[in-house]
Design a protein around this ligand. Structure first.
Ligand code: NDP
Length: 342
């Protein structure tokens, strides 16, 4: 007789799926939660793993089914995938198929000519390495992380197609592709029989570039949009409104959000937005997320979180009443001359 396998100490909350709306991703049958969680920051080898696990459990308990990674998330690169792999093994093994796990390749992952770009060799070797770190047989979405002008587009897309045909991925997506290239790639992928289902652009109240053609391309092609950095890395929250840089904030800790970016002009705009948010009964972060969820093609917002209450705030924002036309016009007028965010 075998000894029974001990049950994990933690089990996902029974009521988790009542806490989110799940929307179709473009024309695909795949559904995404209104709020998805990315593991770019706070899940690396430098972070406290017990806390990272707390964030993951909290997200799952709030109905967040989609966890987003890339080969290079950490630091060190690869360590976020390794952490997720350990957590899945220890605490979520019985629930793996309830999760939508994505990863990407396309930025620098390693030294030499095969650690960056969009070649078939880099993408497929990287995906195999990601699967190993994650301890999984497949990911649900495999993305090309950014365009690579040095690799023919058909080579990159052929590698994505092969990732699905070989069972390593269920779906493919693209990230950071400009509108015309996204349209061309969508047509090629459709012809290969592996449609692009999702696109990840940087899109938030302070970064409106996707409105110059990309969103329309996604609507036309039936591709879901999942904006990354929806809070502009925390700028679109109460974090910096007081004018100082809190010690536990991303601007104080990571070089991706530089304190110098928080200018008096930006602060004035954020405070004006905060006032509009208050008029609609929302915190600033809530306004930013609610606004995105009402944009064309958007099927989910891809947040980051360093604390569990940030996850709660995002889920509450997604459940809030839609912003009125008047509120949307008010926001546009305030942001008419906003430069691109960091
Ligand atoms: P956000 O814009 O949501 O920023 C998240 C950060 O903002 C948190 O870590 C926290 O930082 C702060 N924050 C969040 N909520 C609140 C709140 N309610 N009040 C105050 N501060 C808050 O997203 P990220 O920039 O983290 O990106 C999210 C995900 O997008 C990544 O994990 C990754 O998966 C993906 N991504 C994809 C890219 C691509 O090229 N495809 C590029 C970048 C990201 P803190 O508490 O530390 O100040």
């Amino acid at each position: 007789m075998h000894a029974p396998t001990p049950a994990p100490a933690w089990q996902p909350a029974d009521a988790r799926y009542a806490q989110q709306a799940y929307q179709r991703c473009g024309r695909a049958g795949l559904k995404l939660p209104a709020v998805s969680l990315g593991l770019w920051h706070n899940f690396g080898g430098i972070d406290d793993e017990a806390h990272s696990r707390r964030l993951l459990r909290h997200a799952v308990d709030r109905g967040i089914t989609h966890l987003d990674l890339a080969n290079n998330y950490g630091p060190p690169p690869g360590s976020a995938e390794a952490l997720l792999g350990r957590w899945l093994r220890d605490e979520m093994a019985a629930h793996r198929d309830e999760l939508l796990i994505s990863t990407k390749a396309g930025y620098v992952m390693g030294p030499g000519p095969y650690g960056d770009g969009g070649s078939r060799k880099y993408l497929l070797d990287s995906l195999d390495a990601s699967l190993k770190r994650l301890g999984l047989g497949h990911v649900d979405i495999f993305y090309h992380h950014r365009p690579d002008p040095q690799t023919p587009l058909d080579e990159t897309l052929g590698a994505l197609d092969f990732a699905v045909r070989s069972g390593r991925a269920r779906y493919v997506g693209l990230s950071n592709y400009p509108a015309a290239l996204a349209r061309e790639a969508a047509a090629q992928l459709r012809a290969l029989g592996t449609p692009c289902v999702i696109h990840q652009p940087r899109y938030n109240l302070l970064e409106r570039t996707p409105e110059q053609g990309l969103l329309q391309a996604l609507v036309d092609e039936g591709i879901g949009c999942i904006p990354f950095s929806p809070l502009a890395q925390g700028l679109l929250s109460a974090r910096y409104l007081g004018g100082d840089i809190p010690a536990d904030s991303r601007a104080a800790r990571a070089h991706f959000l530089k304190p110098a970016a928080i200018t008096p002009a930006l602060l004035a705009k954020l405070r004006a937005l905060d006032t509009v948010a208050g008029q609609h009964g929302l915190p600033l972060a809530g306004l930013a997320l609610r606004w995105l969820l009402q944009r064309p093609a958007v099927c989910s917002v891809l947040i980051g979180a360093s604390q569990t209450h940030q996850i709660d705030a995002a889920v509450a924002a997604a459940a809030a009443a839609p912003l009125s036309d008047g509120a949307l016009q008010h926001i546009d007028a305030l942001l008419a001359d906003t430069p691109a965010s960091p």
